[in-house]
Design a protein around this ligand. Structure first.
Ligand SMILES: Nc1ncnc2c1ncn2[C@@H]1O[C@H](COP(=O)(O)OP(=O)(O)OP(=O)(O)O)[C@@H](O)[C@H]1O
Ligand SMILES: [Mg+2]
Length: 387
């Protein structure tokens, strides 16, 4: 044990009535199946429980060192600033929760919370980091969802009826009008053409809906072939270039992946298309949408950033529900289908607040093959985005 730990302990003995506070904390945390570390006010490790040591460096190695030095994959996490989070916990008593955080090929729940001293107004004693592996729970939940899919079919039926009825009504109305005009020898050609154009637009909408629905029914029966990720992203961005220009938004692709993964390219492209299109639809004129790719040790990551208004907290839990939309003419199928396609590839789709405002969608596509699943020395790397 390091000197720092002893100093801390002595100090704790003076301040807290029970001198064996840290010891009790350690014994308690050892009994839990969750990986737990505690740090003192300066961010140095004072508790490193058994689960944490099982996954990463031994307790003796971790004690007394800065937390993020012991967990380099968290320091190097390019989606989240754990250093700033830790500061917020220590300085502002904030609690940081990541209920479903992809780490390598695992899904974990991460909590960073203040360790309160005896006086609620005084400085915090330190912070606790808990990493709970919820992969099995998530998978079980996915299996349960598959079982209750029959319920979803009912909702789907109602949703389709609703979605089809609108364009169908518009079509029949326009056809009727067209028929009347055709009967009228004085009718203008221009007028007739306008009616057919409206009908073609409505047909397109229905065609899009049918394409979406085909994807719903196709589900996991994907044909996967080795494909380079960046060209797929580049193609998606190019296809949306015209839309970005019309919206007066800057659309940028920052390529950073050299990897080839086994993918159903059509579904992944459509998923990315939905994410980028949503971002373009969210930003005001003059807004920015940036699509960045990179290769992490366990997965290739595609980040879609926009500096739009962000997503209201109340909408978050509903984003991936079928037919949830806040847009006129939206189907509310874009996100659930994107998520489905990514899950079918063993990946994860994360929604985060973009630092500086707006929304960040992060797609993690795991590297298949054994080399990505080997044990790692760092607990947050064995469950985590890599150092
Ligand atoms: N980047 C984003 N910024 C803000 N809100 C978003 C963003 N992406 C999605 N949303 C919200 O999530 C909702 C659901 O998105 P989803 O793609 O599933 O459907 P949609 O975009 O409404 O319809 P469609 O995809 O058929 O056009 C959107 O209506 C919007 O409210
Ligand atoms: Mg959409």
């Amino acid at each position: 044990m390091t000197r720092r730990f002893h100093v801390y302990w002595a100090w704790l003995g003076r301040v807290v009535s029970e001198g064996d506070y840290a010891l009790a904390l350690e014994q308690l945390s050892d009994a839990l199946p969750v990986a737990i570390a505690a740090v003192d006010r300066s961010g140095h490790v004072i508790v490193w429980n058994r689960s944490m040591a099982l996954r990463g460096p031994a307790k003796e190695e971790a004690l007394g060192r800065a937390l993020l030095d012991v967990l380099p994959s968290m320091r190097d996490d390019r989606n989240l600033d754990w250093e700033a989070d830790l500061r917020r916990v220590l300085e502002e008593r904030a609690t940081v929760e990541r209920p479903r955080h992809p780490m390598g090929d695992r899904v974990v729940r991460v909590t960073l919370a203040p360790l309160e001293g005896p006086e609620a107004t005084g400085p915090v004693l330190g912070a606790v980091l808990a990493i709970e592996d919820i992969t099995e729970r998530v998978r079980a939940e996915e299996r349960r969802l598959l079982r209750v899919r029959s319920d979803a079919v009912e909702d789907l039926g109602a949703g389709i009826a609703h979605e089809v009825r609108n364009p169908l009504n518009a079509l029949s109305l326009n056809l009727q009008l067209l028929r009347e005009r055709l009967d009228d020898p004085a009718a203008e050609r221009k007028d007739l053409l306008a009616k057919t154009d409206t009908m073609i637009a409505e047909m397109r909408r229905m065609d899009e809906l049918v394409t979406h629905l085909l994807e719903v029914s196709r589900g996991g029966s994907a044909v996967r072939e080795p494909r380079a990720v960046d060209p797929i992203v580049a193609r998606t961005v190019e296809l949306l270039r015209g839309r970005a220009e019309r919206a007066g938004a800057a659309l940028v692709h920052v390529p950073g992946s050299r990897r080839t993964l086994r993918l159903d390219a059509v579904r992944i492209e459509r998923a990315l298309h939905n994410l980028v299109r949503n971002a373009l639809e969210a930003v005001p004129r003059g807004g920015h949408v940036t699509v960045t790719t990179r290769d992490d040790p366990h997965s290739t990551v595609v980040v879609v950033d926009d500096d739009g208004p962000g997503i209201p907290a109340a909408d978050r839990p509903r984003l991936f529900e079928l037919f949830f939309t806040r847009k006129r003419g939206g189907t509310g199928l874009g996100l659930p289908l994107a998520q489905r396609a990514i899950h079918d590839h063993g990946g994860e789709l994360e929604v985060l607040d973009r630092p500086g405002g707006g929304t960040r969608f992060v797609v993690h596509l795991p590297v298949d093959g054994d080399e990505a699943r080997g044990p790692a020395a760092d607990p947050s790397a064995s469950v985590g985005g890599g150092a």
